[in-house]
Ligand binder design. Structure first.
Ligand SMILES: [Zn+2]
Length: 92
């Protein structure tokens, strides 16, 4: 059985689309800004103010910022090119 795959270069991704689980507001964050900015970010949804990302507890790491930093670091990596693979399920 053959399978169609979509391959995307990690370096092609310049924006992260974040959806607030509480109010469903969508926030698009520039990867470079996200890597540099002091976060966490407050959800701009009406009356929401949820901390994005809120990981629970007192963990002060911010996985969104770490992801953005890793993405930028890998863009300049001398030995690998990272691709993301998405299988084509035929569903829109
Ligand atoms: Zn929200």
């Amino acid at each position: 059985m053959s399978e169609k795959l979509f391959k995307f270069l990690l370096s092609e991704f310049k924006t992260l689309r974040v959806v607030c689980k509480k109010c469903k507001t969508v926030v698009e964050l520039d990867v470079a800004s996200l890597a540099a900015a002091g976060l966490p970010y407050k959800c701009p949804g009406p009356g929401c103010q949820e901390v994005l990302p809120w990981m629970g507890g007192i963990d002060r790491t911010n996985p969104l910022q770490e992801l953005a930093r890793a993405m930028l670091a890998l863009e300049t990596c001398k030995s690998v090119e990272v691709q993301l693979i998405v299988p084509d399920t035929g569903n829109p």
